[in-house]
Ligand binder design. Structure first.
Ligand code: SAM
Length: 272
């Protein structure tokens, strides 16, 4: 990785750290800084496999770490093609849950315009805090979203962050299907815990395509080839990954699907 990229990464991490410190003061989120080893690193690099979890260093390196592919894939046309023309509808899944002034958290960034549109939806009266485990994504999204002062992008791990009751909306956008099965519960529970009473957790992801859906065999093939933990969402509802003790605190809406079940949205409202 060239020195320019390292410099900009270090700059964005330190800016993020300062901003997050003020967020910590506002919401009492001290534990987040302590729980995420990445915030203390001064030598983070974009491509070092040893600094990434095994599934990112191997299974998803080509998609989210390799700089040439990242530049190619971070594009609305490409994302929309991968999503069979449903990118706007999937974004609307998220946007319909967010209003101006909301404090929104995303446990991973997204290619294309989704984060930008969510930043616009919260407006300058709100805020959008995004973490991502891949340093190159943190750098890229910091740049992409630099004109939105309401946005902070930091390096962090959706499997281990700890932001208690800090947000009106926490939105997991097409992340869960990529998370290894043994870590899916951690991500779901961390997202749930980050929501204030009266707020909501929004999970948007692949669902179970209907039996005769024409893209079902294509998706099945692609998942077997490239996305080994995606089919788990064909078999298990997202709510089943939540800790049993969270049931007293959340009311889950019935899932909504589009495109013959290929994509789903599930919203969990925090009531206590
Ligand atoms: C949101 S998911 C899938 C998004 C979708 N394929 C798209 O259109 O971009 C992709 C992002 O999740 C990030 N990611 C994967 N595992 C993560 C984790 N444990 N914590 C935070 N971010 C993670 C990747 O680095 C990547 O930027």
């Amino acid at each position: 990785m060239n020195s320019l990229r390292i410099t900009s990464l270090q700059r964005c991490c330190s800016i993020g750290f300062r901003q997050f410190s003020s967020l910590r003061n506002t919401f009492g989120c001290r534990s987040f800084l302590h729980s995420s080893k990445f915030f203390h690193s001064t030598t983070v690099r974009g491509n070092d496999k040893e600094e990434l979890p095994e599934y990112m260093a191997n299974t998803y390196h080509w998609a989210y770490v390799n700089p040439r592919n990242v530049a190619l894939l971070d594009n609305n046309f490409v994302v929309n093609t991968i999503l069979f023309g449903n990118y706007i509808r999937i974004q609307n899944f998220a946007l319909s849950e967010i209003k101006q002034g909301d404090q929104v958290f995303m446990p991973a960034s997204v290619y294309g315009s989704a984060c930008r549109n969510i930043a616009k939806a919260v407006g300058e009266a709100g805020r959008l805090d995004i973490i991502d485990i891949s340093p190159i994504q943190v750098v890229r999204n910091t740049r992409k979203l630099s004109r939105y002062p309401q946005v902070t992008v930091l390096r962090g791990d959706a499997r281990s962050f700890d932001l208690q009751a800090a947000y009106d909306v926490a939105c997991s956008f097409m992340l869960l299907h990529e998370i290894p099965d043994e870590n899916k519960s951690s991500v779901v529970n961390n997202v749930l815990n980050s929501v204030k009473v009266g707020g909501k957790a929004v999970f948007i992801d692949y669902g179970r395509p209907s039996t005769l859906h024409p893209v079902r065999p294509i998706l099945s093939f692609v998942n077997d080839w490239l996305e080994p933990w995606a089919k788990t969402l064909w078999a298990h509802p997202i709510s089943s990954f939540a800790a049993p003790e969270s049931q007293d605190h959340f009311v889950w809406e019935t899932e909504r699907t589009i495109f013959g079940g290929v994509y789903q949205k599930v919203v969990a409202h925090r009531i206590a």
